[in-house]
Every structure is written in structure tokens, then in C-alpha cells.
Write a new protein. Structure first.
Length: 191
């Protein structure tokens, strides 16, 4: 049975996103500990949680399309329509992106899901699943306000348009969903 759209967002999407953020924090802590086995484990954990968050945040568009909540414009009929509409709502972290975060996240989810990408190859930002999500330091390369301070290892999306911090892309898409759906999250630790 499919969950109602709002329950799906609060109980599936948000926890997946928060698990990814927690994994990023644990990676930073492991690097500071200088324990090689902790660093190795944290690297696998952050990649796994990042991929899971990408899937769940992207898939939420299909949940919304099926549920057709009152805030979804009536003219939206196809999954691509949902993504195009939401892309116009992604303005929290930046407003002048060449590549919309919604489309980039869709490409990441597709690339992680398929060994060979066969659909919608024109205009795709991610052409293969090889190294879509990678761990690296991009100190001095990321956009203002993106990524970890000081250039610590973190998950990056490698796209034709350049490298982007996965945390920033997820933040922007999650915030867009929250705004259009009117969802206010309780403070961490609050019911």
C-alpha cells in the first residue's frame, strides 16, 4: 500500500535525507580521528546513504503525481511535467544555475539505478553510472555556500556541467518540495 504523499515525505524522504547528512558528519569525524578502518567504513556509509537519499528525493515526484494533492497544478500529467514545474521552485541556494538541481538529481538517480542509460540521452547531465557520486575534496572549486567548509572529503556529483556537492543539490530539492507543499518540519528532537 502506498503511503499518503505527506506521510511519505515526512517518514521516508526526510529520514533518508537526514541519514545522508548524518553520514556526512560521521565521515568528517572519522577523518579527524585518523583511524583508517573508521574512515573506510564512513566512506562506504556516506556513498550508500547519498545514493538512497537521491532515489527517495527524486522518486517523491512520482508519489506526488499519483496522489495529486490540491497544491499540484492541474495541468501536470506526466512525471516529466512534475520535474519541470518543481525545477522552477528550486531557488533556495541559488537562482542562476545553468542546470536545474531537480534535473541533475533525476539524472543521478537514473544513473545509479541503471548500468546503461537508455532513456532520454539528449540533454542529460550524467551520461553513465561510472563515478556519478564520488568522494573527493573540492576546496576552492565549489560554488559559494556549497559543500563542507575547509575542503573535507564529501560526496560530489560529477556532471557534464561540473562537480556539485550532493548535499547542496538535495537541500535545494527538499526545500522546494517543502515550500510548494507547505510542509514545516519540527526542530530536530521535537515531536
Amino acid at each position: 500500500m502506498q503511503l499518503p504523499w505527506d506521510e511519505h515525505f515526512l517518514e521516508i524522504v526526510i529520514p533518508a535525507w537526514q541519514a545522508y547528512l548524518a553520514a556526512e558528519r560521521k565521515l568528517s569525524e572519522a577523518i579527524c580521528s585518523a583511524e583508517p578502518h573508521q574512515v573506510e567504513r564512513a566512506k562506504y556509509d556516506v556513498l550508500r546513504e547519498g545514493g538512497a537519499a537521491a532515489f527517495y528525493v527524486h522518486h517523491f515526484g512520482e508519489v506526488v503525481l499519483r496522489a495529486r494533492p490540491s497544491w499540484l497544478p492541474a495541468e501536470i500529467r506526466l512525471p516529466g511535467d512534475v520535474l519541470d514545474w518543481l525545477a522552477g521552485q528550486c531557488t533556495m541556494l541559488r537562482t542562476d544555475e545553468v542546470v536545474a538541481d531537480v534535473a541533475l538529481l533525476a539524472d543521478v538517480a537514473d544513473a545509479l539505478k541503471h548500468a546503461v542509460l537508455t532513456r532520454r540521452t539528449d540533454g542529460r547531465e550524467v551520461s553513465t553510472n561510472d563515478a556519478v557520486l564520488v568522494l573527493r575534496r573540492n576546496y576552492g572549486e565549489h560554488r559559494y555556500g556549497e559543500g563542507k567548509f575547509g575542503g573535507a572529503d564529501e560526496v560530489w556529483i560529477l556532471a557534464r556541467s561540473g562537480a556539485r556537492a550532493l548535499s547542496s543539490v538535495l537541500q535545494n530539492v527538499v526545500d522546494a518540495w517543502r515550500r510548494v507543499a507547505g510542509i514545516h518540519l519540527p526542530a530536530i528532537g521535537q515531536p
